[in-house]
Design a protein around this ligand. Structure first.
Ligand SMILES: *Cc1c(COP(=O)(O)O)cnc(C)c1O
Length: 461
């Protein structure tokens, strides 16, 4: 299979002055289809709006412009693709990582160690030692992890060290995204009997422990809830500093979690609304006495990316009209398994990449995976889809094509960045599509005979 070659690479930087005008999704789809990035040979691909990412980072910086010391990190899990991370590193952002793999891609993307924050909830001794040797900041999830840090901390470590607390302010609309419920697995549960005193004493015993971390929740959590949790973290920092008699806690890591509006193109809530909610809950929170770290993921990337996938067949079954497309659970896992919590907007395009002009009908948009529930949109009114059309899943720049699921051995799709380019749209390969040879290699090809030679192999008769 020959892969299409995008018309230009890279889309940003280079000698020419970067073009700052935005490309609409419709323009990007038309050009992507014209250039063969989605089509017969390429059933699905992910797309990142490069100027959109830059603009959103600018929005974030502007909203915090009055806060004296702030480090904005990007939560790598939201889009863990090296070129995307490098673009963000170029804007001056840091990176929040939560696994050895995310730390590796953050380093490869070029984030300096003092702008990387390691937050994984189950760090091994090896991960802790590596982070401390590199000078990466680290937030311990619990007091046992803090005791491991005691044992592993090199004498002159430059890592900023913190402790994650769970203010237990409650959950939002999506249980799986609510990190500050009473029984959440994250952080030290602050309202449990004796916990607050233990946290204060843990800081008193460790003069090098200088940061409090709270990530209150993600999609589905109201701003007021997030703000209440962060105000509680601020109060705790004040209490610790009063107990030790000096300003030992010098920074607050506020986590991320700004929800995204998946219903239309409006950005809501906005970063200024987030800042206003925090300042309403605790006027001193952003007054500069504490340095501040943020860890936004979804709100930076979701609306700056989409999935385009071909319609392979259209059928009727039991009075139901179904488009069988190449956008399924492997690319939109959350939406397929939790359709009520993660609805996505879908648009229809004709085989030439122009918006589909056909009467609207109610139809299901199904994926290619071999299970009945593989449907990304149920009973949705859309222009009547037909073979070779293209469907677009909007707002999928975070947590969708960047983290595909390898069910049915479907390949990871290609991902392209796009931006305005002379008088058209330029594309750059962010990640090439996985080949079937790569899938086989990842599936143990090099050990193909491994089970034949073992004592447990059934003997051929
Ligand atoms: C996932 C996560 C984030 C990012 O959350 P978003 O909802 O994508 O902004 C930030 N911090 C921590 C600790 C996380 O686990």
């Amino acid at each position: 299979m020959s892969s299409p070659s995008p018309s230009s690479a890279p889309v940003a930087g280079g000698a020419a002055a970067p073009c700052t005008s935005r490309v609409s999704v419709a323009e990007a789809v038309r050009e992507a289809v014209a250039q063969g990035l989605v089509g017969a040979g390429e059933p699905a691909a992910g797309f990142v709006d490069v100027q959109g990412v830059r603009d959103t980072v600018d929005d974030l910086h502007r909203a915090f412009a009055h806060v004296p010391r702030v480090l904005h990190t990007f939560a790598a899990k939201a889009c863990s693709l090296v070129p995307v991370l490098r673009l963000l590193a170029e804007t001056g952002m840091g990176c929040e990582v939560a696994s050895p793999g995310e730390l590796r891609v953050a380093l490869d993307a070029g984030f300096p160690c003092d702008r990387i924050v390691l937050d994984s909830p189950a760090k091994t001794r090896q991960e802790i030692a590596e982070a401390l040797a590199l000078g990466v900041s680290l937030n311990a999830d619990n007091l046992d992890e803090l005791r491991r840090v005691d044992a592993l901390r090199p004498p002159h470590s430059t890592s900023v060290l913190g402790l994650r607390v769970n203010p237990q302010v409650g959950g939002g609309a999506i249980g799986a995204m609510s990190t500050a419920t009473a029984g959440s697995k994250f952080g030290v549960a602050l309202r449990d009997p004796g916990a607050r005193r233990q946290v204060v004493e843990a800081f008193a015993a460790r003069p090098w422990l200088t940061r409090l971390h709270a990530h209150v929740g993600s999609q589905g959590c109201p701003l007021e809830l997030i703000a209440a949790g962060l105000a509680a973290a601020h109060h705790l920092a004040e209490e610790i500093n009063a107990r030790v008699g000096r300003r030992q806690v010098t920074s607050l890591d506020l986590g991320g979690g700004l929800p995204v509006n998946f219903a239309d193109d409006t950005v809501s809530p906005t970063y200024p609304e987030y800042v206003a909610a925090l300042e309403a809950a605790e006027p001193a929170l952003l007054d500069g006495r504490y340095a501040v770290v943020t860890e936004f993921g979804r709100s930076l990337l979701a609306k700056n990316g989409f999935i385009a996938a071909r319609v392979e067949y259209v059928k009727e079954a039991g009075g139901r009209r179904i488009a069988l497309t190449h956008a399924g659970a492997h690319l939109a896992t959350r939406t397929v398994f939790m359709p009520e919590s993660w609805p996505l907007r879908v648009s229809a395009f004709a085989p030439d990449g122009r918006p589909k002009q056909a009467p609207p009908v109610r139809q299901d948009v199904a994926g290619p995976c071999c299970f009945a529930g593989d449907v990304v949109a149920h009973d949705r009114e859309l222009p009547e889809l037909s073979e070779d059309d293209v469907v677009v899943l909007h707002d999928t720049g975070a947590y969708y094509f960047s983290t595909p699921w390898s069910y049915n051995s479907f390949p990871r799709p290609a991902v392209y960045g796009y931006a305005a380019h002379r008088d058209g749209v330029g594309f750059a390969v962010v990640r090439s599509a996985q080949s079937v040879q790569e899938i086989s290699r990842e599936s143990g090809l090099d050990q193909a005979d491994a089970l034949l030679a073992t004592g447990t192999a059934p003997s051929p008769t």
